[in-house]
Design a protein. Structure first.
Length: 455
């Protein structure tokens, strides 16, 4: 039996985002804009919620570690998007693992390693090296996790070869991404003050964030504007009025039009959306008993799509600079639309994020994730999701796309987005997801790595 396949019995670390998922879906992106999400909700006492059972799959394990790191605050500059962290680690792990099989396509690096090299060692070393570069204050804990993983692989040439290729994958990918635009100082945003133009939203009036992110070099897309959606509807249009009037009605903090279920949905999905989808992918991988190679591919495709969807989303946000619902509703008397009426005291259910409204982040990233995971796991497989911000509540869906639809709609119920934002996000995310599936993992050239022919 290969060393990577031997069972291990050491305890794994506590799982911070519990998600029991068996998954897959396929609903076209166009259907997402019209079909309602149908979810079953179960309330349980928080102490009865259990994390997934232990796994010896190091791709899953290190994904959980990164989830724990990004859930903490202050570990990275506030101008760094966590989707970049996930893409860097997942791509390095994937290319390190697949370097051992010369018949598999790789993401970018086209590395070579002996066929007998340890995949566990390669994946663990690649993940460790990426995370220690991005979270240096946690290097001690990460070093210990790596040592624990490597201890499950007998000392041998196979382990050494795996360690070498994992280290090479991380180092080369970090070097390639060093000047990708993520680390520049975000430019200061200046609002024109005209109706429709985004301005910092009350009550915090926080300065806009991620003003530079639309110019970050994508991981797979040709550019951040490759799939830029068309402009939002004009402020004077019926479409705009319908969208603003809907969020005014259901998204107000004291709304009587919003149902108890919609209020629950708004709170359930209030956390960073990429964390939900990485946890969902983790649960799917565990429930399907995926191999390390399969899990590595799943996380690579998912996180490359999420990273590029984030870049594309911010490109559109700061291109169109559409004001948020709280500003739109309060300032409706100045929008030159007789179908809207201003309400100076209107307040959304949830705090408004510090960036423009169009397109919506939850809709964009969820659609990209659902597109990728549906392609990998099939259609209409049950999905069960828990929330890091609402312990004890479990929501179940019949597909990835149903979960994605609800995640996007949650932001209308919370008073943070309009249906225009939601629809544009769903379509943008689906296009990014499909492009990632077609182009992210490229067939390796039939030649050895000239610098390291055998790792």
């Amino acid at each position: 039996m290969p060393s990577d396949s031997r069972p291990t019995h050491h305890p794994r670390r506590r799982r911070r985002l519990a998600v029991a998922v068996a998954t897959a879906v396929a609903v076209a992106a166009s259907a997402l804009t019209t079909s309602p999400a149908v979810a079953r909700v179960t309330r349980v006492a928080p102490q009865t919620v259990r994390s997934n059972p232990g796994t010896d799959n190091v791709a899953v394990e290190w994904n959980r570690t990164l989830l724990s790191l990004v859930e903490a605050t202050g570990l990275q500059p506030a101008s760094i998007q966590p989707t970049r962290d996930f893409a860097l680690m997942s791509a390095a792990v994937y290319d390190a693992v697949d370097a051992i099989d010369p018949d598999h396509p790789q993401y970018l690096l086209h590395l070579r390693a002996p066929r007998g090299a340890s995949r566990t060692a390669a994946a663990a070393q690649a993940a460790h090296d990426v995370l220690t570069a991005m979270f240096p204050t946690f290097s001690g804990a990460l070093d210990q996790q790596l040592a624990t993983d490597l201890a499950t692989v007998p000392a041998s040439r196979a382990r050494s070869a795996g360690v070498r290729v994992g280290a090479r994958a991380a180092a080369r990918l970090l070097r390639i991404r060093r000047n990708d635009g993520a680390l520049v100082t975000p430019p200061t945003y200046h609002s024109t003050g005209r109706p429709g133009d985004f301005r910092p939203a009350p009550p915090d009036v926080a300065p806009p964030v991620f003003t530079h992110w639309g110019a970050v070099t994508p991981f797979t897309l040709r550019s951040g504007h490759q799939f830029r959606p068309p402009p939002p509807a004009a402020l004077s249009s019926r479409t705009y009025a319908a969208a603003v009037n809907e969020v005014e009605r259901v998204g107000k903090d004291t709304s009587r039009a919003r149902t108890a279920e919609q209020t629950l949905v708004a709170g359930f999905w209030a956390g960073p959306i990429q964390n939900y989808w990485n946890a969902i992918a983790e649960g799917v991988s565990v429930s399907h008993h995926d191999s390390l190679e399969t899990s590595a591919r799943t996380f690579a495709l998912l996180d490359l799509a999420l990273a590029d969807a984030t870049i594309a989303m911010y490109d559109a946000k700061y291109t169109y600079r559409l004001w948020r619902p709280v500003t739109a509703v309060r300032g409706a008397d100045a929008d030159d639309n007789p179908r809207t009426t201003g309400d100076p005291g209107w307040t959304p259910l949830a705090p408004t994020p510090a960036d423009p409204s169009y397109p919506g982040a939850h809709s964009t990233l969820s659609s990209a994730a659902a597109t990728v995971l549906t392609s990998l796991y099939g259609h209409r497989v049950p999905v069960t999701v828990t929330s890091p911000v609402m312990p004890g509540v479990i929501r179940s869906f019949d597909s990835f796309h149903e979960a994605a639809l609800e995640a996007g709609l949650s932001r209308i119920y919370a008073g943070l987005h309009t249906r225009m934002d939601h629809r544009a996000g769903l379509l943008l995310g689906a296009r990014v997801g499909r492009y990632t599936l077609r182009h992210a993992l490229r067939q390796r050239p039939h030649r050895a790595d000239p610098a390291h022919p055998q790792a």
